[in-house]
Design a protein around this ligand. Structure first.
Ligand code: HXC
Length: 518
């Protein structure tokens, strides 16, 4: 073979690898409304930036006739490229080759790019579309998964790990995405479960569809596994690119600051009126978020799960921040099990990657009742408390209205190393609301009153209580609140606060790891 022939051989082999499982299977993939593994990578990365590794890798299996069937690349496409000029490592499972199932060599390819991502301190993005363990390879496939899991664990909190689920993801395969920072699922074309509908039916008798058991809607609204439910793959890929804007390359870097054209001293008079006069009337805290942040851009995390707490990313004067806000509009913004779990993971994610935290507080307390108590609200509430207390990133808190009881302490209070804590004049910072307090404090005094007398008495006491305790000044007097600010100026005040905090240094004592209540 002369040199020209050798080069032609390379060109032929490359073309072969590009074919994946062949035209028919690619057509079938498209017919399901799915892109191929390569199309996904091309959409995700900056044009022409993808460099592929291990294109010529083949599986080593010689059982069940596998020795007769080989595809170059063995069902997963791996390599690196850039997103907005930033280096990222990727792998994309190719359903057209053995259903994207994971073999020993397939796993090795993924591990190689994970190792490189760690060495280079760059994010890793995995696109999942797979029938799970390659059945013909038996335990080699299980070992391959475990190699990936171990790397996911080591990379956690070091480099951002994002997962997109654009097809089947079942059995133990679900645990790699579950170990990553962000999970995105495409609606109607993907599912995740440990055990599918058939086995579920056999073991438990329950009859349930794939979609109802593990579709994107279920995971986005019920299990809390998924952070973003994308309408389709295009949206999913757009989200992967967008998310990166808020993350640094790794835990030793700061998130990327961009130029901001939205005036930092923009005042919004509407904020002076947004809190209703009636303390029981709700409002949409997202209206406040949108007006505070640059260009009204807010990327909401888990928007369909535990809607009583809003989490997400935005920029303030071009600096990425994570925002946590009690949602008055949904269950009065109460903290329950799911809200605590959601916000705790979000706070830890931001802290791990040096993303400062803005907390907007309007919380009536923890949700009472046996369902919550027996479900472990103490453990789950403690997660959020722990997450805030352990976070060393700059933390700015604004109390908008209610901040009662234990929930007050939890929501980035001064004593949990809140750096700058502001309150609006409408804030009510106290042990509990007036009604509850009067029921306890005045029980004796009310014992012999008629219903009418009692109503009048409660009204009078409520006014007294509110004037004395349900305001920001009790806390401000003690320095628990650094300043009471006019709502319309909030954008400027929080931007200035974060700017001051840019050089903040705070550390936790050396330890193997903490023992967060799980
Ligand atoms: C080998 C597989 C495969 C697998 C699919 N294929 N799954 N090959 N191992 N796990 C092959 C099929 O033989 C077929 O090959 C091609 O991929 C496409 O599969 P279809 O069944 O035709 O596609 P579809 O109808 O879309 O169904 C997709 C599917 C189904 C729902 C994923 O294939 C399926 O149920 N597969 C088995 C899933 C499973 O039980 N996996 C093991 C889970 S346990 P041809 O040549 O016809 O194109 C597990 C443990 C992990 O993963 C543990 C980690 C700790």
């Amino acid at each position: 073979m002369d040199n020209i022939e050798k080069i032609n051989q390379l060109i032929r082999l490359r073309a072969k690898a590009m074919e994946g499982g062949g035209e028919k299977r690619i057509a079938s993939q498209h017919a399901k409304g799915k892109y191929t593994a390569r199309e996904r990578i091309n959409m995700l990365l900056d044009d022409g930036s993808f460099e592929e590794y291990d294109m010529f890798v083949e599986h080593q299996c010689v059982d069940f006739g596998m020795e007769k069937t080989h595809y170059l690349g063995d069902g997963v496409i791996t390599g690196h490229g850039t997103i907005d000029g930033r280096l990222v490592y990727v792998y994309s499972q190719d359903f057209t080759v053995f259903g994207g199932s994971l073999s020993e060599t397939f796993a090795k390819k993924i591990c190689k790019v994970m190792d490189m991502a760690m060495k280079m301190g760059a994010p890793i993005i995995g696109i999942n579309d797979s029938g799970g363990a390659r059945i013909q390879e038996g335990v080699n496939s299980l070992a391959g998964y475990a190699e990936i899991f171990q790397r996911n664990i080591m990379a956690s909190g070091v480099i951002p790990q994002f997962s997109a689920i654009f097809g089947p993801c079942a059995g133990g395969a679900v645990y790699s995405p579950a170990l990553t920072d962000i999970v995105i699922m495409s609606n109607e074309t993907s599912y995740m479960f440990v055990t599918g509908p058939k086995v579920t039916k056999t073991v438990t008798g329950e009859d349930i569809s794939v979609e109802d058991l593990g579709g994107a809607n279920v995971h986005a609204s019920k299990s809390g596994l998924v952070h973003f439910r994308a309408d389709d793959e295009d949206e999913g890929i757009m989200l992967l690119r967008k998310l990166l804007e808020y993350f640094p390359q790794n835990n030793l870097e700061e998130p990327v600051q961009t130029v901001c054209h939205d005036p930092i001293d923009r005042v919004d008079d509407l904020l002076n009126e947004i809190i209703p006069e009636n303390p029981n009337q709700p409002y949409d805290v997202k209206d406040i978020v949108y007006t505070l942040v640059d260009n009204q851009e807010f990327l909401e995390y888990q928007m369909r799960y535990a809607r009583n707490i809003v989490c997400g990313w935005a920029k303030l004067n071009g600096m990425p921040v994570g925002i946590v806000a009690n949602q008055s509009n949904y269950l009065a913004g109460v903290l329950d099990i799911n809200a605590s779990r959601k916000a705790a993971r979000f706070v830890r994610l931001c802290d791990a990657f040096n993303i400062p935290l803005l907390t907007l507080v309007d919380v009536p307390g923890f949700l009472p009742g046996s369902q919550q108590e027996h479900g472990g609200i103490i453990i789950h509430g403690a997660k959020l408390l722990f997450a805030y207390g352990e976070a060393t990133v700059p933390k700015v808190t604004v109390t908008l209205r209610k901040s009662y009881g234990g929930a007050h302490d939890v929501m980035s209070s001064k004593q949990l190393r809140g750096d700058i804590n502001y309150a609006w004049p409408t804030a009510e910072i106290a042990v509990m609301g007036a009604k509850g307090a009067i029921e306890i404090l005045e029980a004796k005094a009310m014992r012999d009153l008629s219903p009418e007398e009692k109503a009048g008495f409660i009204r009078e006491k409520e006014n007294e209580y509110n004037a004395k305790l349900a305001n920001p000044y009790q806390a401000a007097k003690k320095g628990y609140i650094d300043d009471v600010i006019e709502p319309r100026n909030t954008r400027f005040r929080i931007i200035r606060a974060f700017r001051t905090l840019m050089t903040k240094k705070d550390v936790n004592p050396p330890k193997k790891h903490a023992n967060i209540p799980l």
